[in-house]
Ligand binder design. Structure first.
Ligand code: HEC
Ligand code: HEC
Length: 290
């Protein structure tokens, strides 16, 4: 093979001898530092293959001399985090319920914990922000079926309402129609009386005196004088314009004739005691706590 390389007259550099249509390729080798770095990276990669997991095999992979694995180090980090959280949660479990809101660190922990646990466990019924839905009470407002103090909220969360737990809140809205206690026209009358308690318009020809009589005889025992409610029995205040099951005549007739028995599950045993405390503080801090 003859050497066609020559010196280019314009640049003074030698050419490689390659030529296309009269254009000649200058011989400009890669800088020495670049070539050395390139070979170093290759040597480095061989070292890397030896000490770290690198090559896939048929059913596994080369593990490397160091035995390093991201999975194992993740497990260690998670375990560390659990211990750290465990310590904090233990502090929460040990603190008296009433003191948690006074300690900024515990309060922050309870709120953060509460928010995540709420999203996973409570939001399906109470809505993501605790705003509630028909039959599921709003936890942001100042209206409580079973009481809005920290202790009362915790008790409701722990044991539930009509949950079947031995310590659950009981108290039933009776089925006055289904059980034949009141006749259909009496139910319409008392439904309108209930509407009048919160200033809602009533049906034409509604007999207020008759409504009041039916209410006094059948409803006051649970809903209290004037329908102001009774938290011992979970009987809602009927005067406050906040409705669990609706305030139109049809909804009221349904409530009064069929009864209602919303079930709030008991969380004791399903959530650990520290988490239940955190939930009570979280719900209390939603805005309507007393
Ligand atoms: C299966 C649906 C359901 C789930 C899940 C649920 N709740 Fe409830 N909750 C209810 C119902 C229904 C009521 C109302 C019970 C009644 O009518 O007396 C209620 C009532 C409450 C009350 C009392 C409200 C008041 O006005 O007194 C609190 C507090 C509460 N829930 C908190 C929670 C928390 C915290 C969680 C999650 C750990 C949760 N709930 C999960 C259905 C649910
Ligand atoms: C034995 C106790 C008891 C008696 C008697 C009773 N209630 Fe109730 N009532 C309740 C309870 C408890 C609830 C809540 C049910 C629930 O949370 O699921 C309720 C709920 C209601 C509601 C639903 C309120 C809302 O916010 O949607 C209405 C309306 C109502 N009662 C009207 C009456 C009327 C009218 C009478 C009389 C004819 C009556 N109740 C008698 C216990 C009672």
């Amino acid at each position: 093979m003859t050497d066609h390389s020559e010196v280019d007259t314009v640049t003074g550099k030698s050419t490689t001898g390659h030529e296309w249509d009269g254009i000649k390729e200058l011989n400009t080798p890669l800088p020495r530092w670049w070539v050395i770095s390139f070979y170093l990276t290759i040597i480095w990669s061989i070292g890397y293959w030896i000490v770290y997991p690198a090559w896939p095999l048929i059913s596994s992979h080369t593990t490397g001399l160091l035995g390093y694995s991201t999975r194992a180090s993740l497990a260690v980090e998670l375990a560390n985090l659990e211990t750290l959280r465990g310590e904090k949660m233990a502090a929460l479990a040990a603190a008296p319920l009433a003191d948690i809101e006074k300690d900024p660190a515990l309060l922050a922990l309870a709120r953060a914990k509460g928010r995540t646990v709420f999203g996973d466990n409570c939001a399906p019924c109470h809505g993501s922000g605790g705003a509630g839905a028909k039959g599921y009470p709003n936890l942001n407002d100042d209206d409580w079926l079973w009481g809005g103090t920290l202790d009362q909220i915790m008790q409701t969360i722990q044991f539930g309402a009509r949950s079947g737990h031995a310590k659950t809140h009981e108290g039933q809205m009776l089925a006055f129609g289904k059980d034949g206690v009141l006749k259909a026209d009496e139910i319409v009358t008392v439904a309108n009386y209930v509407r009048s308690l919160s200033g809602l318009p009533t049906r034409k020809g509604f007999d207020a005196a008759k409504g009041e009589k039916i209410f006094t005889e059948n409803c006051v025992a649970c809903h209290g004088e004037g329908g102001k409610g009774n938290q011992e029995l979970g009987a809602p205040d009927l005067t406050d314009k906040i409705w669990l099951y609706g305030s139109d005549e049809a909804a009221l007739i349904e409530t009064i004739s069929q009864g209602r028995a919303g079930v709030m599950p008991a969380w004791e045993g399903r959530l650990d005691p520290a988490t239940i405390k955190a939930m009570a503080v979280y719900v209390h801090s939603l805005g309507g706590g007393k």
